[in-house]
Design a protein. Structure first.
Length: 317
């Protein structure tokens, strides 16, 4: 074992302690437990422990300094964690971290952890199945800035996603685009100066999107959320915050779209929810206010072609 670094050196009597170990991109925690997950392998004191092996908490480390006796604790390895940081990470760019992954799958998942910083990315970044980008609790501290404004910033695939980041500068393309079958989960994201923030475009793709904010836009956002085609999409806490928007949410066919909490209070929003081409939308717990172009029905626009929208609870002014 090498590169042992104490990140939480608590007293021996403390209930929890944590150690971070560079081990095949693994984060290793000291926890109160009696075994670790299938597939985990830890090399401790020259002994290799595998799944269901209990690692004695009283065994001393050969390398590093613990500074306390970690009794009744074992190592639990979370494999496949890769770090990206401008200084001190395993990689300095999200693209390089993604390129290093060759064996990801829906059953062998990777997490790419992004330290705060501004990352100029050579987009599009085409995700890999089983790979998830994880940024910060404060999404504003991790920025993906598009080098190619006419290309999507991130292209999602099955079992991929991103959280805790701000996507900037796809002025004639999308922040997030999915055009293949599969399910994606994305949350806690901000968008700035992208023509579309989320674009779903395959009849067999599905997505769950939570806590999305679009603000400080200097261009007209065509659609914050564009569901051109999808099997099913769930949208929660969608906030077009500032700038000019043609449509906040545009559903244009395929499977059901559930919107829980569309919160809008901007003066330049033409249509809050546009239901087109036979789409089926459920809108609940939403607040739509501001200047909606002085057009009756522009808060919710429903085409007369089999499109359908259930409004369960909404405040519209």
């Amino acid at each position: 074992m090498s590169n042992l670094q104490i990140i939480d050196n608590e007293a021996a009597s403390s209930a929890f302690g944590k150690i971070n170990v560079a081990l095949k991109h693994a984060q290793v925690d000291w926890v109160l437990a009696d075994s670790f997950a299938s597939g985990d392998v830890v090399n401790k004191d020259g002994v290799v422990y595998e799944a269901n092996d209990v690692i004695p908490g009283s065994t001393a480390f050969v390398e590093g300094t613990v500074g306390a006796t970690w009794s009744q604790r074992i190592l639990v390895a979370t494999k496949n964690v890769i770090t990206v940081a401008q200084f001190g990470g395993q990689f300095t760019s999200p693209e390089a971290a993604l390129a290093s992954i060759t064996d990801a799958s829906s059953s062998n998942r990777y997490t790419i952890k992004l330290a705060p910083g501004i990352y100029s990315v050579n987009n599009p970044i085409v995700c890999k199945t089983g790979v998830y980008f994880e940024g910060s609790i404060d999404a504003r501290t991790v920025e993906f800035v598009a080098q190619n404004p006419a290309a999507n910033i991130i292209e999602l695939v099955a079992s991929s996603g991103i959280s805790g980041a701000t996507l900037v500068g796809a002025t004639t393309a999308s922040s997030l685009y999915m055009g293949v079958p599969g399910i994606t989960v994305c949350s806690n994201l901000s968008f700035r100066d992208c023509l579309r923030n989320v674009h779903m475009n395959h009849a067999s793709c599905a997505g769950q999107f939570t806590s999305l904010v679009s603000g400080q836009n200097t261009i007209t956002v065509s659609e914050m959320i564009y569901i051109q085609a999808a099997a099913q999409v769930s949208l929660t806490n969608i906030i077009p915050l500032s700038g000019t928007f043609t449509k906040a949410i545009r559903a244009a066919g395929s499977g059901p779209v559930v919107v829980n909490q569309l919160l809008s209070d901007v003066n330049t929003l033409d249509i809050a929810v546009s239901v087109e081409n036979g789409a089926d939308v459920t809108l609940m717990n939403s607040r739509i206010t501001g200047d909606l172009g002085n057009r009756i029905g522009s808060a919710i626009s429903i085409q007369d072609n089999g499109s359908h929208c259930d409004v369960l609870s909404a405040y519209i002014q």
